[in-house]
Design a protein around this ligand. Structure first.
Ligand code: ZN
Length: 247
């Protein structure tokens, strides 16, 4: 296969290439490749990644809080922080405490704003795995989270978008070098996805391909150079990234 970039639909062990992007009517262009013969990149390049903080009670507690915020708490990660499966998470020299955060990611399918909760399904293309990588020490010292959450490579996404997922029943886990660090089900979220998308879209217009990270459960912990970390969501798959020094 060439080294061109294509959108595709996964069918069994194969990938059927598409004539266009998936944010509208699309159809297969004819070529099908074995999944093992293609290199997957991040499934979308979002205009923005909107992340929700403190959306699992056990994580609120491990961060020293006793209750979730009275309204959703959001922050932005730059599009340039996005990487795909297998790409390295780069540890920046500015931080001595970079941590993993396994999260269920929502991929927006169409331009929208002020979406009512009961119509949120109409604007969601699907779901993927995310790792909201965080420089925990800088998150504390900076006050603002732009740097702590925004380094290049701090938003692994993938391995693909699942369009049909029962989020409430989905299990999200994080492992580091095969050891289980985080585990929760979607139903554990303080605020469910319809409420989050409705609330965020009342603040800012969402564009096709924009990504919403829905918060992380307890068990966040440090990543070291040489580690390999995986985020798995039942019904989607596994997103694995090695960890290296940025140099
Ligand atoms: Zn997070």
């Amino acid at each position: 296969m060439d080294d061109e970039l294509h959108y595709g639909v996964i069918e069994g062990e194969g990938v059927a290439l598409l004539t266009s992007h998936p944010f509208g009517p699309f159809e297969p262009e004819g070529r099908v490749f074995a999944l093992a013969d293609v290199r997957l990149v991040a499934p979308v390049l979002p205009s923005k990644v909107v992340a929700v903080g403190r959306n699992y009670l056990d994580h609120v507690r491990e961060m020293g809080g006793d209750k979730p915020p009275s309204e959703p708490m959001i922050f932005l990660k730059p599009s340039t922080s996005v990487i795909g499966p297998g790409e390295p998470i780069l540890l920046p020299w500015q931080s001595e405490q970079v941590e993993h955060e396994a999260e269920i990611a929502v991929v927006i399918g169409r331009l929208c704003r002020d979406v009512p909760e009961d119509r949120v399904n109409e604007v969601i293309l699907g779901y993927t795995c995310a790792n909201d990588v965080t420089a925990r020490d800088l998150q504390g010292t900076d006050g603002q989270w732009g740097r702590a959450k925004g380094f290049d490579s701090f938003c692994p996404l993938g391995p693909w978008i699942e369009t049909d997922l029962d989020v409430e029943d989905a299990t999200v886990t994080c492992t580091v070098n095969g050891e289980l660090r985080q585990s929760a089900v979607g139903a554990d979220m303080v605020r469910a996805i319809p409420e989050l998308v409705a609330w965020i879209s009342s603040v800012m217009t969402l564009l096709p391909g924009d990504v919403i990270l829905t918060g992380t459960p307890a068990g966040v912990g440090r990543l070291e150079a040489g580690d390999e970390t995986s985020v798995s969501i039942s019904g989607i798959g596994t997103l694995t990234n090695p960890v290296t020094d940025r140099g």
